[in-house]
Design a protein. Sequence first.
Length: 204
Amino acid sequence: MAVAEDNAFVGQLLDAYAVEAWRMGVAAEDTEGAGVPREMQVGAVNADGWVEWRVLPSTLNEDDVTAFEKEFGVQLPPVFRAYLLARFQLFDQLRSRRYDQQIFMTDTPAGKPLRPLRTLISSWRPLIDAGFVPFAQWGDGWGPMCFDSARRAADGECPVVWMDHEALVPLGAERCHQRESVLPLAQPLYQTCREFLLDVFGRG
């Protein structure tokens, strides 16, 4: 599927999800802090520091994502690239309907849309050499969800797996670089990123 079609697919998915989703967050005090960036805030911040936020069209471009991929030596699935490019949004806590499980997702806040993904990948960077690209966290922070890039299909899609951090940490950084050490810990979740996005953002 072409880039424009992927972007339209993800954009429509996010927009439809946003209609019914709870969209409140702690207001960011500055552009460097976590929370709702000023340009995403709707109305006044309440007495507890919370404010409604809105989904915005993204100003991130293909070159920005390509530079990110080069920085970490990864190739993201096309539909996940579209997710990064489609909207500025703060959907960082999702739920898998298939597994009835919480997921901590890398959202795309205005101003620093790649910061959540950069933080997560940096935390699990050794996994990249083993053929796994972290992009979210399974359960209540139980471990990274990853694209299995060693099993990439012709269209660029990759299976989605997760690994228990309690099993990964004892391996140490050196063994986490080795696919043969990490592969037995990879628990399959979805065949493609598209399947994953439909599960967590699809309605009905």
